[in-house]
Design a binder for this molecule. Structure first.
Ligand SMILES: Cc1cc2nc3c(=O)[nH]c(=O)nc-3n(C[C@H](O)[C@H](O)[C@H](O)COP(=O)(O)O)c2cc1C
Length: 307
């Protein structure tokens, strides 16, 4: 579950979050915060969802679970916690073996399918299958274009142009997500192509060594695009305190990868439910101590700055 090369991008995600400090604000009336919000028109219990992660066969040793079990644990565990599980794509996936979409169908469509930047026709076929499963949305992780493991197994991946993204958006009736954006100009192109949601992400530091932490690049994307699309972010988020920091920087919601994998491998559906519940509880605690009653009330005022 490591990062690319030296692991600098993965650690930069964590370090960027550690650098941000939360300002405690406690004088005022007694209140209990609520973490409920909406995402793509759906009510969710917290703005925290499970990231699209795959390839469980390649780690976990003797305790490894199958890809089908991973997908079921994440999609159904998130549903139980009142939030949404994203599902990803890797070389072991095909239209016949689409474990993520199967789990989404089992959850009556309560999940989201992200497909690698494969050939346009193949992506479309996955989207059609996700539509049949009544998925909430579909998307593409554009930063998967350099995946050596996909190429090694003959599943070719490509850079996508604005026109390619427009074509994908047009071909599906579901909301369209573009994941894997670190550069504000790329994010603007995704929105120009019609992305309903963008995900600021460096793939958990797994695709390019020495990239900045996502919390470092998020503010620029927010400045350019807040209100024009829904902005999600992931990378190094491990508690509700980290979630609160990302929301304060302007994200509309977050995704969490590695900790959800650990919960799925260790505890299945219930493990994922419990880790999501833990994230919600720590977010509530963080909101309570910074005087944020609702998700909508969270602003950059709670980030301590010496200026
Ligand atoms: C083992 C592993 C597999 C992943 N597989 C995918 C994938 O199939 N598709 C995708 O869009 N992202 C994939 N990612 C990236 C995650 O969706 C997410 O961006 C990242 O894990 C967030 O960082 P975090 O793990 O620090 O929370 C993967 C990440 C890990 C750790």
């Amino acid at each position: 579950m490591g990062g690319a090369g030296s692991g600098a991008s993965f650690t930069n995600n964590v370090k960027a979050l550690v650098k941000l400090k939360l300002l405690m604000r406690v004088v005022g009336k007694q209140f209990e915060p609520t973490t409920e919000t909406t995402f793509l028109g759906k009510k969710i219990s917290m703005p925290i969802m499970a990231a699209s992660v795959t390839g469980v066969n390649s780690f976990g040793g003797d305790n490894a679970i199958t890809e089908k079990e991973l997908c079921r644990a994440i999609v159904l565990g998130c549903k139980k916690a009142g939030t949404i599980g994203f599902r990803g794509d890797t070389y072991t996936y095909s239209l016949e073996n689409s474990f993520g979409i199967d789990a989404i169908a089992e959850a009556d469509g309560w999940g989201i399918k992200i497909v690698k930047p494969r050939e346009q026709r193949v992506i479309n076929d996955f989207y059609k299958k996700a539509e049949k499963a009544k998925a909430i949305a579909v998307g593409i992780d554009v930063d998967g274009c350099g995946s050596l493991i996909m190429a090694k197994h003959g599943k070719h991946v490509f850079n996508k142009t604005i026109d390619d993204l427009k074509e994908l958006k047009k071909a599906t009736k579901l909301p369209f997500i573009v994941k894997g954006l670190m550069y504000a100009e790329d994010a603007k192109k995704a929105v120009e192509a019609g992305a309903d949601v963008i995900v600021v992400s460096n793939h958990g530091g797994r695709v390019l060594d020495h990239s900045p932490g996502t919390a470092e690049v998020l503010p620029k994307v927010v400045t350019e695009l807040k209100g024009k699309t829904t902005i999600l972010v992931d990378g190094g988020i491990r508690t509700g305190y980290d979630v609160l920091k990302m929301l304060a920087l302007g994200a509309d919601g977050v995704l969490i990868g590695r900790d959800v994998i650990r919960a799925a491998v260790g505890g299945g559906i219930d493990g994922v439910y419990r880790i999501m519940d833990h994230f919600q509880k720590t977010l509530k605690k963080a909101m309570k101590m910074t005087a944020c009653k609702t998700i909508q009330e969270i602003s950059s005022d709670i980030i301590y700055s010496e200026a």
